[in-house]
Design a protein. Structure first.
Length: 140
């Protein structure tokens, strides 16, 4: 099995809270950043998605905080898609310090929204298959 897609992020001072650790809302930003980087690496652009009349939506996000992060820490944020049947899919992500310490685990349920009908696309996997140049990044 190949390694999951990953992007490196450095914790910036302005992202920390009064305790000096990464503010809890920023973990979601890091996860979202990794998702968009994966789309870009797979050859899927925002313009393509809009042109197709769809947009990714997060339906539920769970974060398990394991270890604190502080300004200057470098982390790798992974991104793996899990496909089942139907309108939704899961995205599993790990935010890991460069020493291997897991700082957080993020699990999201997501879908593709039909921007005209404002409903989820029935087969999001098929839309990604049409748009992506590298399907392996989606686990397809």
């Amino acid at each position: 099995m190949s390694e999951p897609f990953s992007v490196r992020v450095t914790v910036r001072g302005y992202e920390t809270d009064v305790q000096g650790h990464l503010n809890q809302s920023v973990y979601i930003n890091y996860a979202e950043h990794a998702r968009w980087c994966l789309l870009q690496a797979a050859g899927v652009t925002q313009a393509q998605l809009i042109g197709k009349g769809v947009g990714p939506v997060a339906l539920e996000t769970t974060i398990r905080y394991r270890r604190e992060l502080v300004a200057g820490d470098e982390v790798d944020v992974t991104c793996e898609f899990e496909w089942g049947g139907g309108k939704t899919f899961r995205i599993r992500q790990v935010i890991r310090k460069t020493d291997g310490t897991v700082a957080a685990e993020v699990t999201a349920t997501a879908g593709l929204l039909d921007l005209a009908q404002r409903k989820l696309v029935a087969e999001p996997r098929e839309t990604f298959k049409e748009l992506a140049a590298d399907l392996s990044l989606f686990g397809l």
